[in-house]
Ligand binder design. Structure first.
Ligand code: FAD
Ligand code: FES
Ligand code: FES
Length: 472
């Protein structure tokens, strides 16, 4: 059996006897690195946060905070991980630790290593720059970290007191060097096989050979299943590192987004060029989760309450599926066939998502959830609209949470197309939207509430757009 090779806190480690479902967090703690804690084991609390290195476009290294409880150790072969133990020590606190300590940002301390890690990622973020509004620290860096006893004010104070890394900061210096890259791996163990293939062809061959294989991308769904449902796969095929799944290509006709790019990477690289995605990204989970979650994984789970389908349906996206037989392109509106069912065969991978260009000029995303941040939606609505001379020339509305699959609001779209974009027309269309889908009662919301939210969403979109000056 192959060893898993890691760089851990700057030191090379070659780890024997790794099993496919051993999480990074469990392994770290088994090695005595107990700074990283387990709070929830499902990506909700951030107590397990560690830093994962990834390459920057400039050839250096970016530190990203990720949930150690959701990462499979075998899926990190070749990569570099830094834990809280690798940031500072009692004798020489890291600046982040120092600020948290002197500002009273820690009481019981259970959450503190996770906060230190997420804050360190932000401290070293290459784009962070001090400006007239402070030190450039974006507080969303700690949205995925929960503290039960200190209260967030002193933690925020610590974040906002941080300066830039000092001249000669050894970690900052090391980030100028290239990041170690993912390496292929094949493990055969008594608990199953784990493959990190070196090519797409190899991945597709494995999927063709093993119809029961579990595809692994960022692991933010799979890690939860492994930890809480004790799910196990006979064969795991990790794909997120494959170059063909990491494309971001603009052509005159479409934009292609690789299914294996993390949402954070997409957010950075798109830099607001797709306003609807730009509006959606911050509403998806937390920075810790977005640093791992992929579009391929979101569409792969085919959840009716996944957030990307309403957005991508509004953008008229197409899913690029690839197998050993070649590629095919499926409109997302035809991709879902039933509750967590899709047209994707077991031998197929989602390689990319294509968004036709030009984009509709007006768009909006609405996520109705119990909490404004880091929550699963009760209802989600994506809208993309074009007007010509004040008349709706095209509109697409994607809905999540109101049927067994994500759906297009086709009746509402029909009620709007060719009509003037006026309050009276929108009020009528909103009544139509209220009746779309078959919303259910569950622990998140009642069916009646979901239907009411649909109606309100279109009214809200209209008012927001008219307020910002869309011509009617
Ligand atoms: C704390 C927390 C908060 C969350 N918040 C949200 C949220 O706000 N909105 C939301 O929509 N989701 C949310 N999720 C769910 C999850 O983060 C998303 O579904 C995410 O997009 C999954 O991507 P991944 O790469 O991590 O998937 P993985 O866990 O790696 O895989 C998920 C599934 O997709 C399949 N898969 C992965 N990649 C491919 C591919 N290329 N081709 C075919 N199949 C593939 C896998 O086999 C697996 O069945 C949350 C999860 C957690 C733990
Ligand atoms: S232990 Fe709570 S996010 Fe990992
Ligand atoms: S200091 Fe106790 S949970 Fe945060």
């Amino acid at each position: 059996m192959m060893n898993v090779d890691l760089t851990l806190n700057g030191q090379p480690r070659s780890i024997p006897d790794v099993l496919p479902h051993t999480t990074l967090l469990n392994w770290l703690r088994s090695q005595g690195l107990t700074g990283s804690k387990e709070g929830c084991a499902e990506g909700e609390c951030g107590a397990c946060a560690v830093l994962l290195s990834r390459p920057t476009a400039e050839g250096g290294t970016r530190l990203e905070s990720v949930n150690g409880c959701l990462l499979m150790l075998a899926g990190l072969n070749g990569q570099e991980v830094r834990t809280v133990e690798g940031l500072g020590s009692v004798a020489a606190l890291h600046p982040v630790q120092h600020e948290l300590a002197v500002r009273g940002g820690s009481q019981c301390g259970y959450c503190t290593p996770g906060f230190v890690v997420s804050m360190a990622a932000e401290y070293y973020r290459p784009e962070r720059q001090a400006g007239e509004h402070g030190n450039g620290f974006e507080l969303e860096a700690i949205h995925g970290n929960l503290c039960r006893c200190t209260g967030y004010r002193p933690i925020r104070d610590a974040a906002q007191a941080l300066g830039q890394p000092a001249e000669g900061d050894t970690l900052a210096e090391s980030l100028k060097q290239p990041s170690p890259l993912p390496r292929p791996l094949a493990l055969t163990t008594p608990s199953g096989e784990f493959h990190r293939p070196s090519t797409l062809a190899e991945a597709l061959h494995l999927l063709g050979e093993h119809p029961d294989a579990r595809i692994l991308a960022g692991g933010t769904d799979w890690g939860v299943d492994v930890n809480l449902k004790h799910a196990r796969a006979a064969v795991t095929v990790a794909v997120e590192h494959l170059p063909e799944l990491n494309t971001l290509v603009w052509t005159p006709d479409y934009l292609e987004l690789g299914a294996g790019l993390s949402l954070s990477e997409l957010e950075r690289r798109l830099a607001g060029q797709v306003p609807l995605l730009h509006e959606w990204f911050p509403q998806f989970a937390s920075r810790l989760i977005r640093n791992r979650a992929t579009l391929g994984g979101n569409l792969g789970t085919a959840s009716p309450i996944g957030d990307s389908p309403p957005v991508l349906l509004a953008l008229d996206a197409r899913v690029i599926l690839v197998s050993g037989e070649g590629e095919r392109e499926v409109p997302l509106s035809e991709y879902f066939t039933g509750y967590r069912q899709t047209v994707r065969s077991l031998a197929e991978l989602i390689r990319a998502v294509r968004i036709p260009l030009p984009l509709a000029p007006v768009s909006g995303f609405y996520k109705i959830a119990k909490r404004p941040l880091d929550d699963i939606s009760s209802v989600a609505v994506g809208i993309a609209l074009s007007l010509e001379g004040g008349v709706v020339s095209s509109v697409r509305i994607g809905l999540g949470g109101v049927a067994a699959t994500p759906i297009r609001a086709l009746k509402t779209e029909a009620a709007l197309i060719g009509q003037p974009w006026t309050s009276a027309v929108v009020r009528l269309a909103a009544r139509v939207l209220k009746a779309e889908g078959t919303p259910l009662d569950d622990h998140r919301a009642s069916g009646a509430y979901r239907a009411a939210m649909l109606e309100q969403t279109l009214l809200k979109f209209f008012h927001e757009q008219t307020e910002v000056g869309v011509r009617v």
